[in-house]
Design a protein around this ligand. Sequence first.
Ligand SMILES: *Cc1c(COP(=O)(O)O)cnc(C)c1O
Length: 326
Amino acid sequence: MKTKKFNLGFLPTPLHELHQFSRKYTPGYRIFIKRDDHTGLASGGNKTRKLEYLIGAALQQGADTVIASGAQQSNHCRQTAAACAMAGLECHLMLGGEEPKVKSGNLLLSYIFGARIHYSGEKRKGEDAEILVEKLRSAGNHPYLIPYGGSNATGALGYVEATLELQEQLKTLNLQMDYIFFASSSGGMQAGIAMGKAMYGLHARLMPIRIDKEPTVGKTPGEMVSSIINEARERYGLNAEVNEDDLKLLDGYEKPGYGVITANEKKAILALAGSEGILLDPVYTGRAFYGLMHQIENKLIPRGSNILFWHTGGLPATFQYAAALI
Ligand SMILES: *Cc1c(COP(=O)(O)O)cnc(C)c1O
């Protein structure tokens, strides 16, 4: 079945060069940025593109209710809540931990968008979602369950399409990227880019920075990426001969744990903010951009390379991490 898209975003997103940053921190390299922090939908982020397909599928199936899960500062849940508001769907979010007295960052926004919040304690990846699905069904709702991070074959279609968008922008600018860095966690974005790269012949080595050290539904991040690609082959007949290397992630930067801000993330955030006026978030893009800086500083990337950083959003979480940042 072909999935119909529900338009949510401001696309295509801009692509531009980071002149000041390169001059100051990475002389000898040209660094570019793809601004998926400006996809629209409640301040932007990479979930916009996934949600266009996921919400499209929910509406196509006649759903009236959507369920998503994540951490309290989940960007995915905030953007899902906003997407549901736009599509006229009831939104239920299962968020890890206990209800805090003061709601801030993404959690505050999820409330503002009218989502019904269920606190799920230790389980921040939707482990109990089926129970809620059944409860809502017996109450007469038609729920559509979105997997953790919006990462399945349907969500990944958004990044297959985004890769074509990037390819066309690069053609127009007469540019080739040697490396593409981005934050990779539940694997949907990476799976989409890996498939898009194979389908449209994009030249570039993927540098997905691992963010989360815990497995998702018992799978390592690399296993998540390949299972999404297999699902896309079966469900949508996507004929992508994905390179084995594009299923891997760059490990090491995730060691402090998910959502733990160290001197590394802080260094990257302050460097890009101070040289370009661009905000990285503490959980995903701060860690991924540190990975880019670290790889260059340690001469793991040849001089003269063209490098793209694919910004994936995350701004609202910044306010939750104030104490770790300044
Ligand atoms: C969800 C998210 C990612 C990771 O994308 P996945 O498809 O889950 O790997 C990266 N950056 C931000 C800001 C996110 O919210």
